[in-house]
Write a protein that binds this ligand. Structure first.
Ligand code: SF4
Ligand code: SF4
Length: 214
């Protein structure tokens, strides 16, 4: 399971840092490395492209897991080099960027867009399976997630745009509710369609979420 990211276009990265000349680049050796968006090769490539764009790269590192608090210790070890930089460019997900923000008073900028939490299928192909809605319905929907697999996150059956088992928003994809119906039928559990709550409890889906467990 990885936090899936994509690189921002270089123009956008540079626009964020138009006031800064000297840049420290920080990558992440976990999810961005797996996505090939912020591991060592991509950090070195970014440093090269920033130099070509006229910026000074004061230094760089690839934190083992940028969203981990060990990143704070790594930044403290780099204090002398960071002191020569005007800002930190983080090649990690939004969690990684905000972890760096917690550990420095310098301006911090994201180099990546955070897309979703997903798993890898074919190499370099990632798929989203769960939107962490806070009240899981998979036990009633034959293990197919209506919140994630349906383009409209409908919890009470297909929309009017459903055609021949395909989704109106993504016609190349199966309608989530067609998948749910077929799988419930195969399991002999079609009666579960009557138990699915007609309305979703969105109170558990409000942001920012914060929970104390145990
Ligand atoms: S219903 Fe879907 S989005 Fe909600 S917790 Fe279950 S798998 Fe995740
Ligand atoms: S066609 Fe099916 S998957 Fe697509 S938006 Fe409508 S209910 Fe959801």
């Amino acid at each position: 399971m990885y936090m899936i990211t994509e690189q921002k276009p270089l123009d956008e990265v540079l626009r964020q840092m138009e006031r800064e000349q000297a840049i420290y680049v920080l990558g992440c050796g976990t999810c961005p490395a797996a996505c090939h968006t912020g591991g060592k090769p991509e950090v070195q490539d970014m440093a090269e492209r920033l130099s070509q764009a006229g910026k000074t790269v004061s230094g760089w590192m690839v934190a083992p897991t940028a969203c981990d608090d060990s990143t704070g210790q790594a930044l403290r070890r780099e204090a002398a080099v960071l002191g020569q930089a005007d800002c930190v460019l983080v090649m990690a997900c939004g969690y990684g960027v905000q972890t760096v923000v917690r550990h420095t008073d310098m301006p911090v900028y994201p180099a990546l867009n955070t897309l979703f939490l997903g798993r890898e299928g074919a190499p370099r192909e990632f798929v989203e399976l769960c939107l962490q809605c806070g009240s899981c319905l998979l036990g009633l929907t034959a293990g197919v997630c209506p919140i994630t697999a349906c383009a409209k996150s409908l919890v009470n059956g297909p929309c009017g745009g459903y055609r021949d088992g395909k989704c109106e928003v993504h016609p190349q994809r199966d309608c989530a509710w067609s998948l749910i119906y077929r799988r419930l039928e195969a399991l002999g559990q079609k009666e579960k369609l009557r138990s699915i709550p007609y309305l979703k409890d969105h109170s558990k889906f409000c942001h920012p979420r914060h929970v104390t467990l145990g």
